[in-house]
Ligand binder design. Structure first.
Ligand code: ZN
Ligand code: ZN
Length: 342
């Protein structure tokens, strides 16, 4: 469609006026990046633009990339497009990207959540003509409890594990969720251990001033014997196999929005599931979209069919656009199409 601020191509979301892509999945000359999760930030682009808060993680994950940074809220001209990054509340440094051309404003949400997690800069709704939104959890069944409630549940579970002489092993994604969980836990309750993949990310974020508790890297010398009563944060990939043995006996849990679906809980074979996500739930998606005032909404990943039909029924011009977001890492590691509708 000529004249649109952004178009949808097989490489990613493209801005003709600025000749750049947003979170492209194929190599391009100029990429604007919303955040460091692997489905949004990929290697191989000619140049990168992201927030200064996202930069350390991007470099940690992608190496020495040609990266320019900009603080939240500052407008930069890219070609004839005015571009600015604004908090998305998803993970530390994550952004929505606002693009204005000739008075027409389009916003790309990236991944976002509306609850303030106290660690990521809180989501800011941006008035716009067109909003490009994720809808990972775009079904009414997804309703998140307050973070404080989940914190109490996790704390009780950890206490119970310690009383039984078990290590409490909590599966979570290494960027965002792990640090959020850390900030919710009381380090006086017992030792907190982190798998190397998580502790590496913790160190990067500590280095940029994020207030994270001291944690212990779960090196080969660290075990249930050296740290009885511990809580261990581990990425999903480390939850199966021999790595966990030295922490035994263990009790296992996952912290993910997908834990709201019984089928996923069962397949994960964890003892517990804590329903907490860095993506907006049903009401968060609706609140965020309403706040933009956008007459056009493009949904990129998640329950796009159901959610776009819902938006259409509410009088919004809603369309599904195919992307490769949500296919690797972060909460979307469990693709919705494989799940039973709950
Ligand atoms: Zn993400
Ligand atoms: Zn994503």
């Amino acid at each position: 469609m000529t004249g649109d601020v952004l178009t949808f191509t097989d490489k990613g979301i493209y801005c003709p006026s600025g000749d750049f892509y947003i979170d492209p999945w194929r190599p391009v000359p100029r990429a604007l990046i919303t955040h460091g999760h692997a489905d949004h930030a990929r290697a191989g682009h000619g140049s990168y633009l992201a927030t200064d808060l996202a930069a350390p993680v991007l470099k940690f994950r992608l190496g020495n990339i040609p990266l320019q940074t900009v603080p939240y809220g500052q407008t930069v001209m890219v070609g004839s497009a005015a571009v600015s990054f604004h908090p998305a509340g998803h993970v530390p440094g994550s952004a929505q990207i606002r693009v204005e051309v000739g008075g027409e404003v389009w916003v790309v949400s990236g991944d976002y959540k509306t609850e303030d997690d106290g660690l990521s800069t809180a989501f800011v709704p941006l008035p716009c003509h067109a909003f490009i939104s994720e809808c990972t959890f775009g079904l009414p069944v997804f309703r998140w409890a307050q973070q404080t409630e989940i914190a109490a549940e996790i704390s009780d579970w950890w206490k119970g594990c310690a009383a039984q002489g078990r290590t409490a092993v909590l599966g979570c994604y290494s960027l965002g969720k792990a640090q959020r969980l850390l900030s919710m836990l009381d380090p006086c309750q017992g030792p907190i251990l982190c798998h190397a993949a998580i502790e590496g990310t913790n160190d990067v974020l500590r280095g940029q001033g994020l207030p994270l508790h001291q944690t212990t890297r779960a090196t080969a010398e660290v075990s249930a014997k050296t740290h009885p009563g511990a809580l261990l944060l581990a990425p999903p990939s480390a939850m199966a196999g021999t790595w966990l043995r030295r922490f035994g006996p263990v009790s296992t849990a996952f912290a993910s929005g997908w834990m709201a679906l019984r089928g996923v809980r069962r397949r994960r074979a964890a003892d517990r599931g804590f329903i907490i996500s860095d993506h907006a739930d049903w009401s968060g998606l609706n609140t965020a979209i309403d706040a933009t005032g956008a007459e056009r909404v493009f949904v990129t990943h998640g329950y796009t069919d159901v959610f776009s039909r819902w938006l259409t029924s509410r009088g919004i011009d809603a369309q599904i656009v195919p992307t490769q977001f949500g296919e690797i890492e972060d909460d979307t590691q469990t693709p919705p199409q494989n799940e039973p509708s709950a």
